[in-house]
Ligand binder design. Structure first.
Ligand code: FES
Ligand SMILES: [Fe+2]
Length: 419
């Protein structure tokens, strides 16, 4: 069997009869009531990535992270005991933000309204004219803390004051299988952000299938992620691991870069993720290119609910989706590169950044058109290809989480009530 026959013969959905093969209802992608249920049943009780440990390496370092879904920011700070903690940016006196800078270094947070001061561990340490208050118990008035934990240098918080799972348990098998990747090597960071008028799950879906690559991305990444041996953009593999999933994406090793790409790739510190070129120095963890396919370009590892890592062997970047409503989402992309040591390498990085940006924008405007069709009820079912299994999986996981959570409060709640 040659490479083309091999990829055509692969059935991914067939491995998961529990997901079925029928059409999938569009309701959970546009129903405002279901969105409210997602907030309670998913976003208020799952671990959400807020940054990396390199953003606050020293005692006194802090940064803020906006959580657009909730409309507030959290402060992440490293205290004298070297521990990172996460706080709501809310003063206990009358609710002002205690810190206005996005990041910095300090010995304490002093509220700019009346000067209440909080240590890096969140304890209230100073109240001007404290004798004028009535029975003030400073020990009870520290900054409100959120649960925080770290996976492979990524910092996560949980809005739930008593999370039902540890972060390690939540990251599960996929987290264990990807541990050991050189995440800390990508210290040159670039970011893109946008508000896209589509459901947050549709935005994730666009990274979970490459069926669209030869068509939608015909002017950008088609020739690198599809090619004569894989004309329809089939995946190498898709592994479902609890609520998470990893898609291994095919790469055209015979691709000849255009002149500008050729120069950029030659000088890029670590290959561009769109190049299909692998960095032979990198040692891959078990969960990356798990089938060890020779024509592999990258993996897309989606961590439920709203975070995914696109991982090559020399570069990686993350996407995070923060829903604002059933049909609007804030998309944040962060790329992690090795620091450039000369202008030629910097040029190589810039080329990779704009190639990535352009490819994602092709997805975004398509997603906005889809959302109009969903919102207007002009399509009520979606038909998933075998290699769109990641989308089918997300549909089932989201429904399951919402329904299980509601059932835990009301055992009589019937799954049929869910849209
Ligand atoms: S609101 Fe912060 S000191 Fe008054
Ligand atoms: Fe795409």
């Amino acid at each position: 069997m040659n490479a083309k026959q091999k990829i055509a013969a692969q059935s991914l959905t067939g491995r998961h009869p529990e997901l079925g093969t029928g059409p999938v209802s569009t309701d959970i992608y546009c129903d405002p009531q279901f969105y409210e249920r997602e907030l309670t049943g998913i976003f208020r009780r799952t671990w959400l990535c807020v940054g990396r440990v390199e953003q606050a390496p020293k005692v006194g370092d802090f940064f803020q992270k906006d959580l657009p879904t909730f409309g507030f920011a959290v402060i992440i700070a490293r205290a004298k005991d070297q521990k990172l903690r996460a706080f709501f940016n809310v003063c206990h006196h009358r609710g002002n933000h205690v810190e206005l800078r996005q990041s910095g270094h300090c010995v304490a947070f002093t509220c700019p309204f009346h000067g209440w001061t909080y240590g890096l561990d969140g304890k209230l340490v100073g109240v001007p004219d404290a004798s004028g208050f009535f029975a003030l118990d400073k020990s009870q008035l520290g900054l409100r803390q959120l649960a925080l934990d770290v996976w492979e240098g990524f910092i996560f918080v949980n809005i739930d004051p008593a999370p039902s799972q540890t972060l390690a348990a939540a990251m599960g098998e996929q987290g264990r299988d990807l541990a050991g990747y050189a995440f800390d090597g990508g210290t040159a960071v670039f970011e893109y952000e946008g508000t896209i008028e589509c459901n947050w799950k549709c935005m994730i879906d666009s990274f979970c299938e490459t069926y669209h690559v030869p068509i939608l991305h015909k002017h950008s990444v088609k020739e690198t992620l599809a090619g004569p041996d894989n004309p329809y953009g089939r995946l190498i593999d898709c592994r479902l691991k609890g609520p998470h999933r990893t898609m291994s994406v095919w790469g055209n090793m015979a691709y000849t870069p255009n002149p500008v790409q050729g120069l950029a790739w030659q000088y890029s510190p670590g290959p561009a993720v769109t190049s299909g070129v692998r960095d032979e120095r990198a040692v891959l963890p078990k969960g990356l290119n798990e089938t060890r396919a020779p024509n592999w370009s990258l993996d897309v590892a989606v961590f439920f609910p709203n975070w995914l890592i696109v991982m090559g062997s020399g570069m990686y970047f993350t996407h995070q989706m923060w829903p604002l409503s059933a049909n609007k989402v804030v998309w944040q992309m962060r790329g992690f590169l090795r620091p450039a040591s000369n202008a030629a390498q910097r040029f190589g990085q810039e080329n990779a950044m704009v190639e990535l940006r352009d490819a994602v924008l092709e997805d975004c405007n398509t997603l906005e058109r889809i959302q109009v069709s969903l919102d207007q009820g002009l399509i009520t079912e979606m038909l998933y290809h075998d290699h769109e299994i990641g989308l089918r999986h997300q549909y089932h996981v989201v429904k399951q989480w919402v329904e299980d959570f509601e059932r835990s409060f009301n055992p009589d709640h019937s799954a049929q009530e869910a849209p």
